[in-house]
Design a protein around this ligand. Structure first.
Ligand code: CP3
Length: 348
C-alpha cells in the first residue's frame, strides 16, 4: 500500500515539524450541509451508510475533493461500537443518538458481551481500506473513536444529555461498575483504533466531546486513567489527536492523559492554551463553527485571529472548535480552507 508522502503538512504538523502552510481539516467535514452527502443520505440511513463501505469511503474521498482540506476523516460515528454490545443503538431525527437499554448497574456492566471489533464493526475497517485506496496518497486519512467517557455517557444516559446526572451518579456511587465499564470501553477502543491503523489510518483522533462537564479532580480520578490506557495502547507510531469540548479547566489534565495533538474548542485563546500545554504537544483548533454562518469577510477575520494566536509555531493544525453545523453554506467552508492556506503561506 502506498502511503502519503511524509512531507504532507498534516502529518508534519502532528510531529511539530515546520510546514509551508498551516494544514486544515474540519470536524464533521462530511455532513448534512454538503449537497453530495445529502443525496447519498436521501437513499440510506446514517447506520446503513456507515455499514456500506463503498458509500462511506466515497463520501470521505469526495469531501476532500470538494473542500480542498489537507486530511480526510473516515465516515463513521463514535457510537457504532455500541451496536454489537446489543444495547439498541438508533439515530432518531431531531433527537440524536438513542440507546434503548442503557447500562446503569454493575450487573448490567457484567452482562455486556465481549466484542471483537473485527467481528462487530467489520465495515469500519473496510471503509478505511477503501478510503485509503480512493485517496491514493493525496492526503492522509484520520481514523477515530469516541473516548471512554464520552461513549460511556451515551451508554449510561441512553440519550443526549446536558447535565450527565446518571453518568456522574454511576461514577461516584458505584465505583466498581464505573471501573468495569470504563475498563471495558478502554480495551475495546484501543483494539478498534489499532484495527483502523492496521487497515491504513495514518492518524487517529479520540473524541472526548463531553468531558467539559467534569471538574479537573473528577476528570483526573474517573476518566484520565482510562483515556491514558487507550492512548498508550496505540500501535504503529501514528499520531493521536486528543479532542474535547469545554476543556479550559482541563487542558493540563488532558495533556497528561496523552496525545501528540491536543484539540481545542473555540472558548479558549489558542496561544494561551498552547502556552499552558507547553512545547511537547501540537495543537488543533479552534475557530468557532458558528462563524461559518457569517460572511466570507468575517470568516477571513476569524481565520486571521486563530493564525495570529498560533503565531507561526510549528505544530498547529487548523480546525474548528467543534463540528460544522448543518445549516452552514458549504462554500463558506471552502472559503475558510482557502483563507487558511493563503494567509499561512504568506506568513511563512
Ligand atoms: O467528521 C466527519 O465528518 C466524520 C464522521 C463523523 C460522524 N460523527 C458522522 C455523523 C464523526 C467524526 C462523528 C463523531 C461524533 N459522533 C461525535 C464526536 C464529535 C463531536 O461532534 O463532538 C459525537 C458526539 C457523535 C455522536 C453523534 N452522532 C451525534 C451527537 C449525532 C448528531 C445527531 C443529530 O441528528 O443531530 C450523530 C449523528 C451523525 N454522525 C451525523 C453525522 C454526519 C449527523 C448527520 C446525519 O444524520 O446524516
Amino acid at each position: 500500500m502506498s502511503g502519503p508522502a511524509p512531507s504532507q503538512p498534516f502529518l508534519r504538523a502532528c510531529r511539530r515539524e515546520p510546514t509551508a502552510y498551516t494544514p486544515v481539516w474540519a470536524m464533521r467535514q462530511i455532513g448534512r450541509y454538503l449537497p453530495e452527502y445529502q443525496a447519498v443520505r436521501s437513499r440510506m440511513s446514517l447506520l446503513d451508510l456507515c455499514k456500506t463501505p463503498e458509500a462511506a469511503a466515497g463520501v470521505t474521498v469526495r469531501t476532500v475533493e470538494v473542500l480542498g482540506v489537507d486530511a480526510a476523516i473516515i465516515f463513521a460515528d463514535i457510537l457504532l461500537l455500541l451496536e454489537p454490545l446489543g444495547v439498541g443503538l438508533s439515530y432518531v431525527k431531531g433527537e440524536g443518538p438513542l440507546i434503548a437499554r442503557p447500562v446503569r448497574t454493575l450487573e448490567q456492566v457484567r452482562r455486556l458481551p465481549d466484542v471483537d471489533p473485527a467481528e462487530g464493526v467489520p465495515f469500519v475497517f473496510e471503509t478505511v481500506r477503501l478510503a485509503r485506496q480512493g485517496l491514493d496518497g493525496r492526503v492522509p486519512l484520520i481514523g477515530f473513536a469516541g473516548a471512554p467517557f464520552t461513549v460511556a455517557s451515551y451508554l449510561v444516559e441512553g440519550q443526549p444529555s446536558r447535565a450527565f446526572l446518571e453518568t456522574k451518579r454511576l461514577m461516584r456511587a458505584e465505583p466498581e461498575a464505573w471501573d468495569g465499564l470504563m475498563s471495558r470501553l478502554a480495551a475495546l477502543t484501543a483494539r478498534y483504533l489499532n484495527g483502523q491503523i492496521a487497515a491504513g489510518a495514518d492518524a487517529v483522533q479520540l473524541f472526548d466531546s463531553w468531558i467539559g462537564c467534569l471538574s479537573p479532580a473528577d476528570y483526573r480520578r474517573y476518566v484520565l486513567p482510562y483515556t491514558r490506557r487507550v492512548i498508550t495502547s496505540i500501535t504503529g507510531g501514528v499520531p493521536v489527536i486528543h479532542f474535547g469540548v469545554g476543556t479550559a479547566g482541563l487542558l493540563e489534565a488532558m495533556r497528561d492523559a496523552g496525545g501528540d495533538v491536543i484539540g481545542l474548542d473555540w472558548r479558549v485563546d489558542l496561544g494561551q492554551a498552547w502556552d499552558r500545554l507547553g512545547g511537547g504537544v501540537a495543537v488543533q483548533g479552534n475557530l468557532d463553527p458558528v462563524l461559518l454562518l457569517s460572511s466570507p469577510e468575517e470568516i477571513r477575520r476569524g481565520v486571521r485571529g486563530v493564525l495570529d494566536a498560533a503565531a507561526g509555531r510549528p505544530g498547529h493544525i487548523f480546525n474548528l472548535g467543534h463540528g460544522i453545523l448543518p445549516e452552514t453554506p458549504w462554500r463558506h467552508v471552502v472559503a475558510m480552507v482557502e483563507a487558511v492556506h493563503e494567509m499561512s503561506a504568506a506568513r511563512g
